[in-house]
Design a protein around this ligand. Structure first.
Ligand SMILES: Nc1ncnc2c1ncn2[C@@H]1O[C@H](COP(=O)(O)OP(=O)(O)OP(=O)(O)O)[C@@H](O)[C@H]1O
Ligand SMILES: [Mg+2]
Length: 298
């Protein structure tokens, strides 16, 4: 059985005749879905990367709710600028243009530099002195030609004491100056609050928001893209008003939820042989809204 599947993207069309099991696996596989806001952030990151070295480098703060696609964007960016292994460079030194670390919870200077060394793939002992880790981190970042440092989960700053927070904010300022590379902070609105508590940093970090999704053209385009890449044999018309409203309400506008809901419904559509997502599948699959889940958790 082979159809034309005009509702599908060519890549999905090619696999639409595969059996249920293999299509379910494809539906559940991680993929990058492009949307305008993400493209704008990626362009801003490219711009930072090509910025000439100068005394004060511009920094960026990507701010958005949890599960709303922040890490996916910085990971996409990092993959676009991959490192080169030591064995493959002329001088035998590995290259890593984009370094992405995560601010550790309950952060102090030692853990902070430990997280950078982890990101660089540099072994270290937790017993190493802070100064040793700091020197190694800075030296290796220079040697590897690091051109941009992404600090994900920046809101973890706030889990430290106010003294620790101040020390780490100072450290961020110092690191940017020392390496003369742009820093990209990534986190929730709490991260913005932490940065704003430092008068000097607040001027240096330009906030870039990744807002929750609302019922607009961009959201309709996202649903159409999702529909086109999931290999269901019949059109689901996700961008029709009944679907649009249900998915938005169940997801509360959180990108990760929108995608998870559609994927779960698509798996059901294959499982049941319906081959299209119906409004009932969105509601009937027993989703717990993010805010209700939080209520259950506390
Ligand atoms: N561009 C995208 N394409 C496909 N899936 C995406 C995209 N962006 C986000 N997702 C989905 O949403 C989920 C959450 O995204 P991500 O981990 O980037 O959120 P986050 O904003 O970093 O959340 P947190 O603040 O909790 O770290 C991902 O696991 C993925 O399933
Ligand atoms: Mg994240």
């Amino acid at each position: 059985m082979s159809g034309d599947y005009p509702h599908l993207h060519p890549s999905a069309r090619r696999v639409a005749d595969e059996d249920a099991q293999s299509r379910i696996r494809r539906i559940r596989t991680d993929r990058w879905i492009a949307y305008a806001r993400a493209e704008a952030v990626l362009a801003a990151l490219e711009d930072l990367l090509s910025f000439p070295k100068r005394m004060r480098m511009p920094n960026l703060l990507l701010v958005g709710s949890t599960n709303n696609g922040k890490t996916m964007i910085v990971e996409k960016f990092r993959r676009a600028h991959p490192g080169i292994a030591a064995a493959e460079t002329d001088d035998g030194v590995a290259l890593l243009p984009v370094v992405r670390m995560q601010m550790p919870p309950g952060p102090d200077e030692g853990r902070f530099f430990g997280a950078i060394l982890d990101a660089l793939g540099m072994p270290f002992s937790p017993r190493d002195r802070i100064a040793t880790k700091q020197d190694t981190a800075v030296r290796v970042m220079r040697a590897m030609g690091a051109r941009l440092l992404v600090i994900d989960e920046l809101h973890n700053l706030l889990s430290g004491t106010s003294m620790q927070q101040r020390r780490l904010l100072n450290l961020l300022r110092w690191l940017g100056n020392e390496l003369q590379i742009p820093l990209v902070g990534v986190g929730t609105a709490e991260a913005l609050r932490a940065i704003r508590s430092d008068d000097q940093l607040v001027n240096r970090f330009e906030p870039l928001a990744l807002p929750l999704w609302t019922d607009d053209d961009e959201y309709l385009r996202l649903l159409s893209t999702l529909e086109a890449v999931l290999p269901l044999r019949k059109p689901s018309h996700l961008a029709d008003s009944a679907m649009v409203a249900r998915i938005l309400s169940a997801s509360e506008g959180v990108l990760g939820e929108i995608i998870a809901i559609v994927i779960r419904a698509a798996v059901r559509a294959v499982d049941t042989g319906a081959e299209m997502i119906s409004p009932r599948m969105i509601e009937g699959a027993g989703f717990i809204r993010p805010s209700e889940r939080r209520r259950v958790a506390v």
